[in-house]
Design a protein around this ligand. Structure first.
Ligand SMILES: Nc1ncnc2c1ncn2[C@@H]1O[C@H](COP(=O)(O)OP(=O)(O)OP(=O)(O)O)[C@@H](O)[C@H]1O
Length: 345
């Protein structure tokens, strides 16, 4: 897949809004620029508006107000088939009674392309996703990963300038999901197309995206590279949603400190006065292979029955073996001031 059939196109959302009813907007006046040829992941908790955003870009959902531009052209009111976008769905949505090649050729049939030509183009695309030898099989005779490749070929047959993917990996088992994730990334790079991928998985977005867009309640909380989102969360919501951070109220505002950047010392250990610290009690000890995850509670605070630990510390396995901790043990959580990232109020 080295030849490029179509030019990647930038996508621009301008004050894009969707209201399904009189309540809060599902998507509320969002502005976003997605660079042509980049891999963008829309991420957020259930109901935050990411699928609605994707469906509006695809033309499968009407827009209440605002604009969608593809390569500078306003496509807001164009029908889905005329936009230059293609969509790939969670369940792949393949027709069970059609062979792989007929599934891929289907949208050309709808456009009136002659049978010989559409089958030849479909076969060529199947070859490109290493599925040429299985072209006559029906979806039920293919593995999940193979079905995904057929779904990709089907999405590419109309030569889209942007591919929109709605939870494309969530129907796969965890092992295959990681394998197909790598394939998606490789395809995107080889095709050089703009990909917008909706997921609720932080890990998936971090693994795939050039740029991540974190959404909450119909609004964009933060846009950035995976590194920026993880290391410089803009808000408490982003830090909590991404996980791996302790949110600490310093009295002068909240800060986020990564769980692998705090150090846990036994009560008897000498303190380092240059570091910030909180007295803690260990509430959980979880072995996770390369590291041990300690659940921690600030000393003097009582856990409510439903609460999990207030803080977490990721201790490398070797360090834990040298200085183990037990549940109930008091100690100190400390961190260097430069590891504390201030959160917006
Ligand atoms: N067809 C619809 N009619 C009415 N409300 C809808 C419709 N589709 C979505 N909504 C509402 O709009 C909001 C955003 O939904 P959306 O599906 O975009 O969220 P999401 O982030 O993709 O969630 P999920 O991860 O669960 O798919 C939710 O409150 C949802 O209930």
């Amino acid at each position: 897949m080295t030849t490029r059939d179509s030019q990647p196109a930038a996508i621009e959302l301008v004050a894009l809004t969707k209201r399904y009813g009189p309540g809060a907007a599902a998507v509320d006046t969002i502005d976003l620029h997605v660079e042509g040829g980049s891999y963008c992941c829309l991420l957020g908790p259930s109901g935050c508006g990411k699928s609605t955003t994707l469906r509006m870009i695809a033309g499968h959902e009407s827009v209440t107000s605002g604009d969608i531009l593809l390569a500078g052209k306003n496509i807001t009111d164009l029908p889905a088939a005329a936009r230059g976008t293609a969509m790939m769905f969670q369940s792949f949505a393949l027709f069970p009674h059609l062979s792989a090649v007929d599934n891929v050729a289907f949208s050309l049939k709808m456009r009136g392309v002659a049978r010989g030509e559409r089958r030849a183009r479909a076969q060529e695309l199947l070859e490109r996703v290493a599925m040429g030898h299985l072209a006559e099989r029906k979806p039920g005779e293919l593995s999940g990963g193979q079905q995904q490749r057929v779904a990709l070929a089907r999405a590419l047959i109309t030569r889209p300038r942007a591919l929109l993917l709605d939870e494309p990996l969530s129907a796969l088992d965890p092992f295959l999901r990681i394998q197909m994730r790598a394939e998606l990334r490789r395809w995107q790079q080889e095709l050089g197309l703009t990909f917008i991928h909706v997921t609720h998985s932080q890990e998936e977005a971090m693994a795939l995206a050039d740029r991540m867009v974190v959404m909450n309640h119909g609004a964009i909380e933060q846009v950035g590279t995976p590194w920026e989102i993880y290391n410089r969360p803009a808000s408490e919501f982003v830090a909590r949603f991404m996980g791996g951070h302790n949110i600490i109220d310093t009295g002068e505002g909240k800060v986020a400190v990564r769980c692998d950047r705090v150090q846990i010392l036994a009560d008897s250990s000498p303190r380092d006065a240059t570091q910030a610290s909180i007295p803690i009690v260990v509430t959980d000890v979880e072995y996770q292979g390369t590291h041990v995850l300690l659940g921690l509670q600030q000393q003097g605070k009582t856990l409510t029955t439903h609460a999990t630990a207030e803080f977490s510390a990721m201790v490398p396995e070797a360090a834990f073996v040298d200085a183990p901790f037990n549940v109930g043990q008091p100690g100190v959580m400390q961190w260097r001031p430069e590891q504390a990232h201030r959160l917006a109020a």
